[in-house]
Structures are given as C-alpha cells and as structure tokens.
Design a protein around this ligand. Structure first.
Ligand SMILES: CC(C)(COP(=O)(O)OP(=O)(O)OC[C@H]1O[C@@H](n2cnc3c(N)ncnc32)[C@H](O)[C@@H]1OP(=O)(O)O)[C@@H](O)C(=O)NCCC(=O)NCCS
Length: 171
C-alpha cells in the first residue's frame, strides 16, 4: 500500500535519498535535485503544503515538490523535482504523487503548475506545451520541454516568461 502525505519534520534525509537514487549523481555526491531542494528550502521558496512524499510500508519511496514561481507577474508554481526510488518505479507511485500535488495546488487556488520534462510522460496529467499558450521559457533552449497544467483559477489571459524560483539558476 502506498500513502501520499505531506512532508513532515524528519523526512528530509529520506527525501534526499530518493532524489540521490532517482537522478544521476557521482558516488558520495548529492544529486543536483537534492541540492535544489535544499536551496529552495533555505530561500523559503518551497510551499509546505506542496511537498509530498509517497510512503510504502513506512519507507519514503517518492517525493514531489512545488516551489514559488511566476508567469510574468502572476504567482504560480514550478514542479520539480519528482523522483521515485528506482526499486519502486513503474508501480504508479510517480503518477500518484503528480495527481496529488496538482489537486493540492488547485485547492490552494494556484492558477497553474509549470515544469520542464518529457511531454510524452506529462501529457497524461493534463500538461500541455507552454509555447502555444504564450508561456515562454527563460532559456529559449527549454522551449520544447516547458509544459503548463492550468488549474481552476487560470483565467486564460496570462502570457509571458515563466520564471522558477532563483535557486533553479544553479541547476
Ligand atoms: C519519472 C518517474 C518519477 C516516474 O515514476 P514512476 O513511479 O515510475 O511512474 P509511474 O509508475 O506512475 O508511471 C510509469 C509510466 O511512466 C512512464 N515514464 C516514466 N518516465 C518517463 C519518461 N521520461 N518519458 C516517458 N514516459 C516515462 C513509464 O514508461 C510508465 O509508462 P507505462 O505505465 O505506460 O509503461 C520516475 O521514473 C523517476 O523518478 N525517474 C527518475 C527521475 C526523473 O526523471 N524525474 C522526472 C523529472 S523531474
């Protein structure tokens, strides 16, 4: 059984272990995503209600984080990272985390969630290419991978450059 719940104090180490295992990193060095999570926390740009873990038999096997971001001047969220322990992948954990974080963001009246990722994977969660909606990446090289999931508060008018929290600049 997998439970999705909010991160609580004491989870940080297990969350780091998830990302270090899910993403490439040199032996003994944290993954860039682990460093990113720490930097976002330090900067106060994480959203506590949108840091979710997946727990199986008491072990944290996955994590997703949303952080403060802007689409032009409109506050929204950037989703990253999403990671699942390799030994627990392809069993629906990543999907459960993504559905949960989108629903939680909607409940917080966030207008949209944006991420960089493989459109083939994220399409199933309602993400669409950002470009045709007039949502542009900070780095033109990201264009193909920038995707937006609009939520209930989206009024359809926002356009412009999407900016992650500053901690992403170090990625
Ligand atoms: C991407 C990730 C979070 C998915 O988690 P998961 O628990 O394995 O996902 P689910 O079991 O819910 O879904 C698995 C499905 O996603 C697909 N999938 C996973 N990664 C994919 C990718 N990059 N592109 C396309 N499809 C992908 C699988 O093929 C599988 O599809 P299928 O069920 O049709 O065969 C996980 O594989 C992971 O941690 N990967 C390494 C880190 C990463 O790349 N994170 C995403 C970028 S931030």
């Amino acid at each position: 059984m997998v439970l999705i719940r909010r991160e609580v104090p004491g989870d940080q180490r297990a969350i780091a272990a998830v990302h270090d295992a899910a993403f490439p990193c040199a032996e003994g060095t944290p993954a860039a995503e682990t460093v990113l999570v720490d930097a976002l926390r330090t900067a106060g740009d994480t959203i506590a209600a949108l840091s979710l873990v997946a727990e199986r038999d008491g072990q944290i096997v996955g994590h997703v984080l949303a952080s403060r971001a802007h689409l032009d001047t409109l506050p929204c969220v950037g989703l990253a990272p999403l990671g699942v322990l390799p030994s627990h992948q392809r069993r629906g954990v990543g999907s459960a985390l993504m559905h949960a974080v989108l629903a939680a963001a909607d409940a917080l009246d966030v207008p949209a969630a944006v991420l960089l990722g493989d459109p083939a994977y994220y399409r199933r969660f309602g993400f669409q290419p950002a470009g045709p909606r007039g949502v542009l990446p900070q780095d033109p090289g990201w264009a193909e991978h920038l995707q937006i999931r609009t939520l209930n508060r989206w009024d359809g008018r926002a356009r412009g450059v999407f900016r992650y929290a500053p901690a992403f600049a170090a990625l």
